[in-house]
Ligand binder design. Structure first.
Ligand code: NAP
Ligand code: ZN
Length: 347
């Protein structure tokens, strides 16, 4: 076991605090990553605060991890000491089911092993990237391309791939009309990636406040959902809507914005039910669906695409001792557009 300084929660209601956690001994196929940066995802808050169900504590969140390879097990062939690498939302899966074989490890039928708050193969609890190091099977370690800095690459490991995967699956590109609802960490990556893929992009945010920055991110149009005329003006307008909102909202109003055969994809993950009437789905053969992060191969593909096309998240780098404030600011949607923890401040 290796003792690792970390920052995490001892209960659902406590402020996050400095902690010491144990990482497993390096196995033959393991990579030890010295963490440089970790992004803050809204899922960290949902999980730690028990919004997705009761948790075991202490709990160290964080699944937007970048750093350098510090040590490799003797069977590791994909990574070498010193490589710039990333770890996202997954650290394991069965490797044998159809979804794993197809590169969709996030949909592993045995249940993927999440980077934190999950039971690992050895029975221990996984702990995330608000920590100075992590030990991960080499197959779940991504390569950070030279063109991306480690701090800017961090949010790509969750916010990036979570928006990339549905954009690719529903074939966003030239001639498609994509709307992104909620302009936070996921939303701003959805805008950048959809724009880079050639789609026409509209942002739907609650107020007009983010208009200028949304257009600068690559949006072609911007509407405030607080203005009722938005919903009449845009009725039937979109082939694909990515809903990245972290709270419950009126899905039926969004379904009405879909064109025939359009899809509304839930990415935002509030725990409350969000019922709708099926008529608006039936009348235009629209789909209401969801999407979970991305597989390992598509995550690498997204990282390479971002390096090639200069797609980088807008980040605010903070010290570990600002995490509690950052969580409060995130809950108030006061982040443009992702907090990234400088892990050197934990050492
Ligand atoms: P975030 O940075 O906090 O962004 C969420 C955005 O939602 C806010 O910026 C805000 O946008 C909007 N919003 C917040 N509260 C709202 C409310 N009460 N009513 C309407 N809109 C509200 O969060 P994030 O990290 O992007 O994560 C967003 C959601 O995706 C979370 O629920 C997270 O757990 C989930 N998630 C899902 C996956 C997946 O695999 N599906 C992966 C990662 C995260 P405006 O100010 O522009 O309105
Ligand atoms: Zn996340």
């Amino acid at each position: 076991m290796t003792t690792t300084p970390a920052y995490g929660a001892v209960s659902a209601t406590a402020q996050l605090q400095p902690l010491t956690i144990q990482r497993r001994e390096l196995g033959p196929r393991d990579v030890r990553v010295a963490i440089d940066f970790c992004g803050i995802c809204h899922s960290d808050i949902h999980t730690v605060r028990g919004e997705w169900g009761p948790q075991q504590y202490p709990l160290v969140p964080g699944h937007e991890i970048t750093g350098r390879v510090a040590q490799v097990g003797h069977e590791v062939s994909k990574h070498r000491v010193g490589d710039r690498v990333g770890v996202g939302t997954l650290v394991g899966s069965c490797g044998a089911c159809g979804n794993c074989a197809g590169g969709h490890e996030q949909y592993c039928v045995e249940g993927p092993i999440d980077t934190y708050a999950a039971t690992d193969r050895d029975g221990t609890r996984t702990q995330g990237g608000y920590a100075t190091g992590i030990v991960v099977d080499e197959d779940f370690v991504l390569k950070i391309p030279d063109g991306l800095s480690l701090e800017a690459a961090a949010p790509l490991l969750c916010a990036g791939v979570t928006t990339w995967s549905p954009l690719r699956h529903w074939r966003a590109g030239p001639g498609t009309r994509v709307a992104v609802v909620g302009l936070g960490g996921l939303g701003h990556m959805g805008v950048k990636l959809a724009h880079a893929l050639g789609a026409e992009v509209t942002v739907l945010s609650r107020t007009p406040a983010k208009r200028e920055t949304a257009l600068a991110l690559g949006a072609d149009a911007y509407y405030a959902t607080s203005d009722p005329s938005t919903f009449t003006e845009l009725a039937g307008s979109f082939d694909l809507i990515l809903n990245t909102v972290s709270a419950r909202l009126d899905l039926e109003a969004l379904v009405d914005l879909l064109a025939t055969d359009g899809a509304l994809v839930s990415l935002g993950w509030p725990s409350e039910p969000m019922g709708i009437r099926v008529g608006p789905l039936i009348s235009q053969r629209r789909s209401l669906t969801g999407s979970l992060t991305g597989g390992i191969a598509e995550t690498q593909q997204m990282l390479d695409f971002c390096a090639e096309h200069g797609v980088v998240p807008e980040i605010e780098v903070i010290s570990a001792y600002e995490i509690n404030d950052a969580w409060e600011r995130m809950l108030a949607a006061d982040v443009r557009y992702r907090f990234v923890i400088d892990i050197s401040t934990l050492r």
